[in-house]
Design a binder for this molecule. Structure first.
Ligand code: AMP
Length: 430
């Protein structure tokens, strides 16, 4: 399928063609025709699948020739809001539709000049949007299209009350809602159930999987040797642009300092850094001025940078679905990339949970002098939870698997999602 076949206005086709898009991505192929028909859309799609164009192109098409605030896009973080607004402006060239963006962390009056001039499309983080609504700076009465981007992340960040408040202030009749989420835990299904009307469900991938084109490896390493191994890897010429994920802000700062001391240009990105620092970190990384970005999970969703050669999990993600998000930072839009997880003895269970979610084993790479294991054989844990002697082709022990399952369900998360049919049935609202 080609963009021409999607019945989008010629100026929109010109704009995406100028950006080098030729073939719509799978999520675009499914979501755009449904949205053009005016249907609500429930999209399960992580970042990197082309979801921004999937909701923005039909929205721009629908709003041609209209004036006043007509579309609202809610995003969990300022980084994502900035990126979505930048993409939207590119898609909106020559349409006379203006795209604005508001997010927390900057003085409210900074937004006012743009809000007074008027936007047809406003991208906003929920808290900042409510601030403006409460001050009477915004009128949602003409809004026809509501987009929720990364709904799962918004709920994780505790934005459900703000989303409810926005819904209360939106027109009830004639509204189209485009709802995107990388994952579909029950909290997200319940929100979707509340606000979507007879939606079409679209999916980037039939099941949870790391982005296509990503080669994945696990490097077993003693916890105390992780920094040494990381530096050894980063010095290799093929590591042209790498994101390193750490679990804590403190850890991220420590790793960034070690990388910097080794003479490699690096920036850190986490929630303790202010907005200017985050924007600068992203800009210098994007431009290639710095080779390494060290980030925590809080910062990871907004990172939309092409050409990332490597994603390195300095700490294994505690949540297996988090692994899929992290790895999705590389091999975006059909490129190739490599994802490496540094796994200490204490993280064997975390990696096993990821493998269970992916339904595949990730190959092990043992680097002499660093590895705590020699052979690339499945890992078997002994009674004490420590690695026992490796056994050729041994399956993951059942007890361990059951324990992981229990741990996950006790956190209210399920690896097995509802089927398409069940979900459709659940969301059918007459
Ligand atoms: P998104 O998932 O919206 O963040 O998009 C991920 C990246 O893919 C962005 O850099 C987009 O510019 C790019 N992209 C989106 N759609 C296409 C397409 N049809 N062809 C090529 N690149 C695309």
């Amino acid at each position: 399928m080609h963009f021409n076949e999607l019945n989008l206005a010629p100026e929109l086709i010109r704009n995406v063609t100028a950006l080098g898009y030729e073939i719509p991505t799978p999520i675009q192929q499914q979501a755009i025709p449904a949205a053009l028909e005016g249907r609500d859309v429930l999209g399960r799609a992580p970042t990197g699948t082309g979801k921004t164009a999937a909701f923005m192109l039909p929205t721009l098409h629908r709003l041609r020739g209209k004036e006043g605030l007509r579309a609202l896009v809610l995003c969990p973080t300022r980084e994502l809001a900035i990126q979505v607004s930048e993409s939207a402006r590119e898609y909106a060239q020559d349409t006379e539709l203006f795209v604005g963006v508001v997010y927390g962390g900057v003085p409210l009056d900074k937004d006012m000049r743009g809000l007074r001039a008027g936007y047809e499309i406003l991208v906003a983080t929920p808290g900042r949007l409510i601030d403006h609504l409460e001050r009477g700076n915004l009128d949602l009465s003409k809004v026809e299209v509501l987009v929720l981007d990364e709904a799962d992340r918004m709920l994780d960040m505790g934005f459900r009350p703000q989303i409810n408040e926005v819904m209360r202030r939106m027109p009830k009749q004639g509204r189209q809602t485009l709802f995107f989420s990388a994952t579909m835990p029950n909290s997200v299904k319940s929100l979707a159930y509340d606000i979507l009307r007879d939606p079409i469900t679209v999916e980037a991938a039939p099941k949870v999987q790391a982005a296509e084109g990503v080669e994945q490896f696990v490097y077993p390493v003693d916890a105390r040797q992780k920094t040494g191994l990381l530096l050894e890897l980063l010095r290799k010429p093929e590591f042209t642009s790498a994101i390193v994920f750490c679990r804590t802000k403190f850890g991220a700062d420590r790793v960034a300092q070690a990388v910097s001391r080794a003479g490699i240009k690096v920036e850190a990105m986490h929630s303790d850094r202010n907005m200017q620092q985050r924007v600068r970190a992203l800009e210098t990384f994007r431009s290639g001025e710095v080779q390494v970005l060290v980030a925590t999970d809080v910062a990871q969703r907004g990172i939309d940078v092409d050409g990332i050669s490597h994603v390195i999990n300095y700490d294994a993600p505690k949540d297996p679905e988090g692994y899929v998000h992290r790895v999705g930072r590389t091999a975006r839009a059909g490129e190739k990339g490599v994802a490496i997880t540094l796994m200490s003895g204490g993280e064997i269970g975390d990696v096993a949970a990821v493998e269970q979610l992916l339904g595949a084993r990730i190959p092990r790479v043992n680097v002499p002098g660093y590895s705590f294991f020699v052979a690339d054989t499945p890992l078997v844990l002994g009674e004490d939870g420590e690695p026992a002697a490796p056994v050729e082709q041994a399956p993951m022990p059942q007890t361990k698997r059951a324990a992981q399952k229990e741990a996950r369900s006790s956190r209210g998360r399920k690896v097995g999602e509802l089927s398409q049919e069940e979900l459709a049935k659940l969301l059918k609202v007459v």
